[in-house]
Design a protein around this ligand. Sequence first.
Ligand SMILES: Cc1cc2nc3c(=O)[nH]c(=O)nc-3n(C[C@H](O)[C@H](O)[C@H](O)COP(=O)(O)OP(=O)(O)OC[C@H]3O[C@@H](n4cnc5c(N)ncnc54)[C@H](O)[C@@H]3O)c2cc1C
Length: 361
Amino acid sequence: MNYYADVCIVGAGPAGALLAHLLVKKGLSVILLEQNATLGQAFRGEHLNEEGEAVLKKHFLFEAVEALGLLRMEKLEYYAKGEVIKTIVPDPIIGHLGIHVPQAHLLKGILQQTVHFQNFKCFLHTKVTTLLTDTSGRYIGVVATKNDETIEIKSQLIIGADGRYSTIRKRAHIASQKQKHGFDLLWAKIPAPQDWEPAIKMALIDEKQLSLFSQTGGFIQIGWNIEQGNFAQLRKQPFTPFIHKLIEAFPQLDDIVTRHIQSWQDFVLLDVFSSHCDCWGTAGLVLLGDAVHTMTPTGAFGLNSALKDADCLASLLNKEAIRQFNVRDFQQMRAQAIEEVLAQQIEKEQTFAFHFIDRAS
Ligand SMILES: Cc1cc2nc3c(=O)[nH]c(=O)nc-3n(C[C@H](O)[C@H](O)[C@H](O)COP(=O)(O)OP(=O)(O)OC[C@H]3O[C@@H](n4cnc5c(N)ncnc54)[C@H](O)[C@@H]3O)c2cc1C
């Protein structure tokens, strides 16, 4: 089958979903392609900061997302030897220290407000494999596998919102500089004890960050930094001494952790890196979100940056002038802010241990 739209967006993550919504509202015809069969299938960042919140509110999407369920963080606590040593409370004007929004709620909330537009199509279970060019080398479409069928979508502009391992970036031969940050991350999810407050709790274990994030629906997400590339080695060690370090840091979780985290298999490994591209697109094609600037999980910036990219890119695209769109305008508007966030992440990673110094001295 062949399709045509003004814009073809590859990837229905936060960047692709929001951009699709905004462009459809501006009257552009949009086809949004997602390789997974359902939205929000891959585990990704779920902490919205006040900037991401502001973008959703600006476009009247926050209420739809909130109706599906979210949780505002009421404090940030630093722990040492099982006790709170420092507490940060929200600026009363902002009212929270981040909002946990399940990925599926965010994406469904946005797309529920989009599906009724005639100029919008979304194909799930559709994986883009190839880019099409015209004789001048301009990108004019994509080839994808939809269920088991090969389809072709031609468009004025192809948008790569396909995340950290972007196929669109690779097929367009756009170079990306990758940087490791000295750590990888283990994730696990456990039920929260009754009356567990909506909070972020942090501890320092063997000079590495251990974080607990309260989640919507009564869960706690555990994020535990480990030495870069060390998981294979770690897995050969006995598990009990490792998990006891978590219990020592947060004794109130002893019972639940013992019941729910019993082996290395209960953790999921995230290969932590950041990356950036010197060029954000080319003729007929533009990248945004993680596809053009992957961030580490530190400080929970990636989701919010992806939403801001979509907001900015949508402001530059008009139905009458898609072919005149110049990717450099978009890059100029966003690249500086992205560089600053990446620098902020590195600073946070390098100074995390300082939060615990008072206690040690
Ligand atoms: C474990 C983890 C925790 C994180 N925690 C936070 C956090 O708390 N707060 C925060 O702000 N950020 C966090 N981040 C970062 C955040 O998740 C990302 O920055 C954000 O999701 C980027 O959005 P995106 O839309 O650019 O890309 P993605 O969310 O990666 O979405 C890309 C989409 O494209 C689809 N896709 C990929 N290839 C193809 C293809 N060939 N064809 C069709 N579809 C395709 C994918 O299936 C996916 O749905 C975290 C990231 C990870 C991995």
